[in-house]
Design a protein around this ligand. Sequence first.
Ligand code: NAD
Length: 475
Amino acid sequence: MKSISEFKMTINGQAVGTKDVLPVVNPATEEVITYVPNANENDLNAAVKAAKEAFPEWAAKRIEERSEFLSKLADAISVNREELGTLLTLEMGRPRAAAISEIDGACYWLREVAKQRLKREVLEETENHRVERYHTPLGVVGAIVPWNFPFALSIWKIAPALLTGNTIVVKPSPYTPLTALKIGEIASELLPPGVLNVVSGGDDLGRWLTEHPDVNKISFTGSSATGKKVMQSAARNLKRVTLELGGNDAAIVLPDADPKKVAKSLFWAAFRNSAQICVATKRMYVHEDIYDEVLAELVAYAEQVKVGDGMDPTTDMGPVQNKMQYEKVIGLIEDTKKIGARIVTGGHIEDKPGYFIPVTIVDNPPEDSRVVVEEAFGPVLPVLKYRDYEDVIARVNNTNYGLGGSVWGEDLELATAIADRLETGTVWINEVGVISPHYPFGGHKESGLGIEHSLDGLAEYTNSKTIMVNKKKNR
Ligand code: NAD
């Protein structure tokens, strides 16, 4: 891998720069780390053209061959895991050990997806008639990625797209383009030119990709607001879309949960990655019998968590990734103060460089307050009191989001019965955020459209094709 100062796009297997560049800021220091290409529409057109030209040959390869490319990509990424981990901390802010585990997780993902197969099925076989169904690739996939897991989320799209025979153009977030650009650089030494292209630039680049007539599918991860725009643009040529969008996930803590035992898991369910996870617990409903104890345990745990620069090995939680998000979270904290809700820990922003926000926990704010209703995507958590199961289920479901949620307690039958009633794509019981290449993942309501991961997710990178044969002699 070349040095940290060189960041180029990968188009048709070539390293491509642009005259115009974008700064990339370290969220822990607010200093510019480096500059990356700022692609214009011609650059995007070149990337799509390369992907379109590479498609027939790539699609014609045997799946075993494409699968081997994914495993080789995982090997090449693994060799660079330390450097990629450092880069990820510098651009994203997360503690370096967690950043390296994102790189390792992405390699695992590539290797696991490489093993997946969509089978050719015979649906009917009689003397006179045969019906077969199989999957064909779509063509060029556009992958649009947010800033919270820039490396893993790029790989989550690259692996299934390439395995199924598509070619791809990846567009990372302008806030965190560095590690995604490195994927392009590493892949250019392994893959045929044009199969995997990575372009960097602003939000316009995402729009051009979604509007491009030669792009056949968009796999988008980001906010619900942008997801709606993506769907609108994709309608122009009826592109297939998979949308993984925002969430306002609730945790429901049952009265038989042990506050002392459960507090640490509940804490990290909400605050891992500085709470910048689509499936982070963003509202925590605790039964009134144990409410005071759970709140006290959460606060005690929070107060020994160290927030700081991710490059410091003693840091538990990094900064918020960018200024826009930092100001949004501060806005929610200010609104919480304005309405007179009690902040039990945190809430005070120090005047120093870096987008640091302390762990902030709010004691039972009104159900319609902004901190409860909006997706914070940053370290402020409302803890809410409930008495009655029907009431808490209604409160939890009273949102346009439907991504995930969790139930915590000893009575697994009760927990499962409650999980059944939550209107979300995933519900975890006594855990949160377990995501696998083999389990379907997707949002209900405005949290998404379609499925990622598992064979269902893989199938979204294909067309379904049915062939029917009339075998009768006298036709
Ligand atoms: P965002 O919607 O602002 O941006 C996401 C990506 O879309 C970026 O690459 C951006 O440049 C691009 N983009 C912006 N405008 C566009 C347009 N008009 N057309 C096409 N692309 C455009 O989201 P974000 O702030 O980067 O990420 C945070 C959001 O992502 C949160 O809401 C979070 O919940 C969500 N998210 C969801 C999942 C999931 O799997 N459901 C996972 C991670 C993050």
